[in-house]
Write a protein that binds this ligand. Sequence first.
Ligand code: UDP
Length: 462
Amino acid sequence: AAEKAPATASGGTRRVLLFPLPFQGHLNPMLQLADVLHARGLRVTVFHAAFNAPDRVAGYHFVPVGAGVPTADLVPTGSNADFAGALLRINERLQGPFEDSLREVLQEEEDHEGARPACLVLDSNLRSMQVVADRLGVPTLVLRTGGAACLVAYMAFPALCDKGLLPPQDHSQLNLPLDDLPPLRLQDMVFSTTTPHETMTTCLERIVESAKCSSGVILNTFNDLEGVELRKIIDGVGVPVYAIGPLYKISSGVKSSLLSSDQTCLDWLDKQEAKSVLFVSFGSLASMDQEELVETAWGLANSRMPFLWVIRPDAVHGSGNVGLPDGFEEETQGTGMVVSWAPQQDVLGHQAIGGFWTHNGWNSTLESICEGVPMICRPHFADQMINARYVEEVWKVGFELEGKLERGNIERGIRKLLCEEGGEMRRRADDLKDKATRCIKKGGSSQTMVDLLVNCIMSLPS
Ligand code: UDP
């Protein structure tokens, strides 16, 4: 059982403020962290953007920020989204409203609880909010929702620019291995081809700055998975580093989906053979064009393997309508299921799942590893290329589906994962699953780090 945080001098427990980035892959880990801290007896206030607002969790205090600010250009869309540009705009637009909200909350807290909140835990993409907190004297901790390898790569970005390697001058350079960041290549550091280089530089600079200017960095990873990278971060940021993942396993299963999950797919999975089904999902933002959708559909059908495929309502860019090809449903009746949003962690943990075709968002990658499921990797943008590279080259629990998204290529990839090389990859994934299970037990690395984190929060001056 979790130990409770001791009470403050005034008799109440301390309050912690949190501010997630308003995207699914960021909301999930932050609310899981909230759950972990709440279970230790801390009171929780969640600031959140008024758009993409999370469902309210009983017992927490929620404060919407920036109601009425224009949001059309704050949500990145498309297969190669300008995520960095959207992040800078979010910072700019929410900073003023956040300052007003934070002042109000601080005043209320002082009136009612007689103590200031212990700290603000921010998504590391919200540097402008950290500046506000600094100004108002609120200590900050930073949550990195990506892997440790990703933060190491972001820290190395300026040096690669100084060496003249970034942005790449021509196509032939892309394959260049980066000696200081094995197994990454130059191309893995091109996070989006639609974001101007200056925007990317500013965005990454701010992420690293947010870590260095904080009282500690929290990462959703674990020591046995990314020990080498974690040590590089410890050396580089100069503040305490807490690797407390996998957060979804440590928290008690708080639900923070922006879309409602189709639970019927779990009943369908109950009827499938063990380790037979391919789960196909590309997270909450990545999308494809209509032609790629058609190729994916026929690749799945032609593989003759059972599949569960998530097609979000906005999964196809350039059209409001998702059109599965004629004949596809008849062809795959009984062997395949399509849903618009799945309870992904339950799906990956289901005994019927044999593999995961993923875009390698960090949460998806981590969930797959922690459930012992090998992967077909098809990264789109941001840190996804880095994650895919680690899956293939470091953990060896999957491989990248390269080249054009074309039905023959897809069919071969699926058969390779489920029929040919999947066994070895699954054994390695099972080994990582064991390690993930151990690190969250009493005395395990992540559980120990949670204790240290709670101690750190409790000892911040009130
Ligand atoms: N997810 C889900 N149902 C789905 C697809 C995704 O619950 O059908 C969850 C998934 O479990 C993960 C998050 O959405 O926790 C996606 O985060 P990730 O970092 O993988 O990708 P992003 O959406 O940020 O690109």
